[in-house]
Design a protein around this ligand. Structure first.
Ligand code: GDP
Length: 462
C-alpha cells in the first residue's frame, strides 16, 4: 500500500564495514528521528536535506527503554527529490548482522513497516521517478554477470529505450490530437496535420519501431543470454572448451571417456554475447544408469538450445558417433557451430567438416588458440555489430519486444486505413492501440496523455 512508511536493510546480509537501512514514506523523518539522535544536539526532524549527519542510533531494550547501540550517519532526502519520490531517510550503521537487525527492529518499533521485495523500486515507478523499463534495468544491474550486461543495464536505467519509445509515442499523440481536435472543434482555426502529413508521420513511426524491434536480437544475446549446448562424442574436448569459455576449471577434464555425467550449467561472456552454457554428458548410448540420466538431460538441453557448439577432433578421421551427431544436427533449427578441437595435433579432418557445416572454427581448447574465431562467429550470429550498447536504445527483454512489435502492427493497420482512402478518423483506434502498446514499455497511461496533448498544444481550453 502506498502511503505508509516502509523500511528495509538495503545492503546484503552479512558482516561488513557498514550496513545501510532505508526508510521511505510520509513518516520517514519522524520515525527515523525516534531511532537516530544527531550528535549536534538537534533533532533529526530539523535535518537539512542531502546532508550527512553524524549521531547515535537507539534501540529498545526488553524493558522498553531505548538505549544507544551504535554510532552512524543519517541522510534525509526530502520528497520528491529521492529515489522513491517520497520522504526518505538512509541510516548507515556498522555492518554487524545482529546490529543491523537490531536497528531494523528499532525502526519497525518506531512505526515503519517492513518493505516487501522490490517495494522501493515499485514506489519509485508509481511516483513517476522511473519508467517500467528503467525499473527492469535496475534489476538487471544487480544481476549483471558480464561487463557487457552491466553496460546495457546502465543504458536501460538511463532510460534510452523509454526515450526512444517516447519520441514515437509523441508523434502518434500529435496525430491523434490533430484528428480529434478537428472532429471536436470543427469551427476553430487550429493547427492540424494534413492527411499526407499523417501518412508520413505513421510511416516514420513504423520505421522507428521496426528498427527498435530489431535491437532485441542483440539485447537478448547480451542481457538474457543464449542457451547454448556443447555436444560431441566423448573425449573430443567438450569439457576443455567449456572451461576455456567460462575461464576456469568448472568441468572435470580427464582422459577417461564419459567423465561428464551430468549437465553443468553456467553463464559466461564470449565477446559481447552471454552464453548460458550447458556442458553435457554427450548423446551416446550407454548401459550406465547414472550416465543415462545425464544423457537424457543433455537431449532436453539440446531441444531448448539456441546455439549448439558441436565439438569434433580436427586431427582425426570422423568416427561413427561423429557421423551420427552430424546427422542429428542436420535437421537442427538452432544455430550450429562446428568447433574442430585439438588443432595442435593436426588438421586432417577440417575439410571434411567444412563441407558439412556453414560455421566452422578450428581451436585448441587446451591452449586457447583459435578462441577469437569462435567469438567472432558467435557475435556475428547473435548481435548487430553496428549497435552500441553504451549509446543506443536496445530492447533487453521479451516483454519490451512484444510491446514494440504490437505497436508496430497497430501502426501498420492505421497506415492501411489511410492508404485505402478511408476517412482519417478511422485510423484513430489503431493509433491509440499503438500508443497503448508503447505505453507498456514505460507504464504510462494513454488517454490522459492525449487529453493533455490536446489542451497544451492546441490551447482549446480558452
Ligand atoms: P570431453 O570428454 O569431450 O569433455 O573431453 P575433455 O575436455 O575431457 O578432454 C579429453 C582429453 O582431450 C583430455 O585429455 C584433454 O586434455 C584433451 N584435450 C582437450 N582439448 C585439447 C586440445 O586442444 N589439444 C590437445 N592436444 N588435447 C586436448
Amino acid at each position: 500500500m502506498l502511503g505508509d512508511t516502509i523500511v528495509a536493510v538495503s545492503t546484503p546480509r552479512g558482516k561488513g564495514g557498514v550496513a545501510l537501512l532505508r526508510v521511505s514514506g510520509a513518516e520517514a523523518l519522524e520515525i527515523a528521528s525516534r531511532v537516530f539522535r544527531p550528535r549536534n544536539g538537534k533533532s533529526l526532524r530539523d535535518a537539512t536535506p542531502r546532508t550527512a549527519i553524524y549521531g547515535e542510533i537507539l534501540a529498545p531494550e526488553e524493558d522498553g527503554e531505548w538505549l544507544s547501540v551504535d554510532d552512524g550517519i543519517a541522510t534525509y532526502f526530502a520528497a520528491p527529490a529521492s529515489f522513491t519520490g517520497e520522504d526518505t531517510v538512509e541510516i548507515c550503521c556498522h555492518g554487524g548482522v545482529l546490529l543491523t537487525e537490531t536497528v531494523l527492529t528499532a525502526l519497525l518499533a518506531a512505526g515503519a513497516r517492513a518493505a516487501e521485495a522490490g517495494e522501493f523500486t515499485r514506489r519509485a515507478f508509481l511516483n513517476g521517478k522511473l519508467g517500467l523499463s528503467a525499473a527492469e534495468a535496475l534489476g538487471s544491474i544487480l544481476e549483471a554477470g558480464t561487463r557487457e550486461q552491466l553496460t546495457l543495464a546502465h543504458s536501460g536505467l538511463c532510460g534510452r529505450v523509454e526515450a526512444r519509445c517516447a519520441e514515437i509515442y509523441d508523434v502518434l499523440c500529435n496525430v491523434l490530437a490533430s484528428v480529434y481536435v478537428k472532429i471536436d472543434y470543427p469551427d476553430e482555426e487550429l493547427a492540424d496535420m494534413s492527411r499526407e502529413e499523417i501518412v508520413e508521420a505513421l510511416a516514420s513511426c513504423e520505421d522507428a519501431l521496426m528498427r527498435l524491434a530489431k535491437t532485441y536480437r542483440t539485447g537478448h544475446a547480451i542481457a538474457e543470454g543464449i542457451p547454448t549446448v556443447i555436444c560431441g562424442r566423448p573425449n573430443v574436448g567438450k569439457s576443455s572448451l567449456y572451461n576455456r569459455i567460462v575461464g576456469r576449471d568448472a568441468a572435470i577434464v580427464t582422459e577417461i571417456e564419459g567423465t561428464t555425467r551430468d549437465v553443468l550449467s553456467e553463464s559466461a561472456a564470449l565477446g559481447r554475447v552471454t552464453l548460458r552454457l550447458f556442458d553435457t554428458a554427450g548423446l551416446h548410448e550407454t548401459a550406465d544408469p547414472v550416465e543415462r540420466i545425464g544423457i537424457d538431460r543433455a537431449r532436453r538441453a539440446l531441444a531448448d538450445a539456441e546455439l549448439i557448439l558441436a565439438v569434433f577432433d580436427a586431427s582425426r578421421t570422423p568416427e561413427a558417433e561423429d557421423l551420427e551427431l552430424i546427422e542429428t544436427l542436420s535437421s537442427e533449427k538452432s544455430a550450429v557451430v562446428a568447433v574442430l578441437n585439438k588443432r595442435d595435433q593436426g588438421d586432417g579432418a577440417v575439410a571434411f567438416y567444412r563441407a558439412r557445416f556453414a560455421n566452422v572454427v578450428t581451436v585448441s581448447a587446451a591452449s586457447g588458440e583459435g578462441m577469437e574465431m569462435l567469438t567472432d562467429v558467435v557475435e556475428r550470429l547473435f548481435t548487430d555489430g553496428a549497435l552500441d550498447s553504451r549509446r543506443d536504445a536496445v530492447l533487453t527483454n521479451a516483454r519490451q519486444q512484444a510491446a514494440v512489435l504490437s505497436a508496430r502492427e497497430a501502426v501498420l493497420r492505421a497506415q492501411k486505413v489511410l492508404l485505402e482512402g478511408y476517412p482519417i478518423d478511422l485510423c484513430c483506434t489503431d493509433a491509440e492501440d499503438a500508443m497503448r502498446a508503447l505505453g507498456e514499455v514505460d507504464g504510462r497511461t494513454v488517454s490522459e496523455d492525449i487529453v493533455g496533448e490536446i489542451f497544451s498544444h492546441f490551447c482549446v481550453g480558452k
